[in-house]
Design a protein around this ligand. Structure first.
Ligand code: SF4
Length: 449
């Protein structure tokens, strides 16, 4: 159960030395209680108090690290029911399934295709993280071999799915170096599976028949010393599974139930009869509150929208996405290429740069810091004024790269043209189109293309 600010204060040194950045220990305690401060900011907490506070200040849903390498990731770690309360931290992980009896050729082909499913969006590389290897009764050797091949030859990380301890042990021996998730400990095999997870220091999923039945199993694993746990309520019907996700999140966050304070794993692949319905169900679990979503396979037509949904849900709603201020080259611009300026709102940048690229007219795009606001909002808020834009253009160094002196400003910021001209008396200021969609025609007309 989370401690209150006063309870935390009682564990602090109470010297009010200010080294944590706030004037008093009480203020620091209040910040810690509300998640606005890190315990490490106070260098004087005793070891005993640190242990108590670390436990109390840990996220109500434990963050569980999965995998190794470039697609290493974390599930869980969430602190709020609703995204607008603060933010969601660790995006729902997406997995596709392969059977352990898959042929070498099919596996190689699948890995090749799935590995190519990577999408650039707002400067981020969107891609799935996991492959679930499902024991289909082919035995320990093929199961371990498939896991090893995926671990060694692809960036994907692994979920190992078997209820046979010998089969699981073989795969852990072969692919344990990639920190796979063991799936799943159940009432009947928890001792053996718990030992495998503990010995190899791997995360493990627990599967039970309902939310209540999970509690003794997670408690048992924690008592064994296994803390990186993922939970599966076993429900495979839409309504029941959705209710379980909400119940678990609520129990962990509102009820302080540490036995349920773990990320969940969900299986749209076992709940739908076709890929479209599977994607819809997966979309539901991304929104509420799946830690891992297991699909039957990756298809670009369903994966891409799921990745986009995930991107939107797991961005901080209080911080606009931005790109870095500076000069961006579109196509290979030269000294005669047009120069445009706009704000650093990520969406603005990607829409403008996308349209400019589409025009095939090489150009220079100057991105001015404007607190991540769109052009009209930034202008209205005084973050994209003529003076500021003029000073920015001077300092940007663009003048050293071109032989002309024309600057194109966004149509929505036409009102700043006069002030920009005053700040840049040697430049010609041209007002560009309001809508980015009109940019290709505008640029083509400008260069006579
Ligand atoms: Fe108190 Fe620690 Fe902050 Fe100093 S650094 S004021 S002891 S909480």
């Amino acid at each position: 159960m989370a401690l209150t600010g006063i309870q935390i204060f009682k564990l602090l040194p109470k010297t009010n030395c200010k080294e944590c950045g706030v004037p008093t220990c009480l203020a620091f305690a209040m910040n810690l209680a509300s998640g606005k401060a890190e315990l490490d900011n106070c260098p004087y907490v005793s070891d005993e108090a640190r242990e108590k506070l670390a436990e109390a200040s840990a996220p109500p849903i434990r963050p569980v690290k999965l995998g190794k390498g470039v697609r290493q990731t974390t599930a869980g770690g969430e602190t709020v029911m609703y995204r607008h309360e603060k933010t969601f931290y660790n995006p729902t992980l997406l997995a596709a399934t392969v059977p352990s009896s898959i042929s070498d050729a099919d596996l190689t082909e699948r890995l090749k295709v799935w590995n190519a499913f990577q999408y650039e969006r707002v400067g981020l590389n969107l891609r799935p993280e996991l492959i679930a290897v499902k024991d289909d009764g082919a035995g320990a050797e093929p199961f371990a071999k498939v896991a090893k091949t995926i671990a060694e030859t692809s960036e994907f990380n692994l979920i190992l799915m078997s209820d046979d301890a010998d089969v699981m042990k073989a795969a852990v021996d072969a692919a344990g170096f990639k920190r796979p998730l063991i799936y799943a400990a159940t009432e009947s095999n928890i001792d053996a599976f718990g030992e495998i997870a503990k010995a190899a220091e791997l995360p493990i999923a627990v599967k039970a028949d309902g939310v209540e039945a999970l509690i003794p199993l997670t408690d048992k694993l924690v008592a064994m010393g296994v803390k990186d746990i993922v939970i599966d309520t076993g429900s495979r019907d839409l309504k029941g599974s959705f209710q379980d996700q909400v119940s678990i999140r609520r129990a962990a966050l509102k009820g302080g139930n540490r036995s349920l304070g773990f990320p969940t794993i969900t299986f749209p692949c076992e709940m739908a009869g076709n890929p479209d319905m599977e994607a819809l169900i997966a979309g539901m679990f991304i929104a509420k509150y799946g830690g891992i979503v297991v699909l039957s396979e990756f298809n670009t037509e369903t994966l891409f929208p799921l990745l986009l949904e995930r991107l939107n849900i797991f961005t901080d709603p209080q911080r606009p996405m931005t790109v870095t201020e500076g000069i961006y080259e579109i196509g290979n611009p030269d000294e005669n290429s047009p120069v445009m300026v706009t704000t650093n709102f990520a969406l603005t940048y990607f829409i403008v740069s996308g349209e400019a690229e589409g025009s095939r007219v090489p150009c220079w795009l100057l991105i001015k810091e404007a607190e991540g606001l769109s052009v009209l909002t930034a202008w209205a808020a005084g973050k994209f004024s003529g003076d500021d834009v003029g000073v920015f253009v001077k300092k940007s160094g663009i003048a050293d790269k071109i032989k002309h002196n024309e600057l194109i400003i966004p149509g929505y910021a036409a009102a700043i043209a006069g002030d920009v001209e005053e700040e840049l008396p040697d430049w010609n200021i041209t007002v560009g189109p309001r809508e980015a969609a009109h940019l290709p025609a505008f640029l083509k007309a400008k260069v006579g293309a």
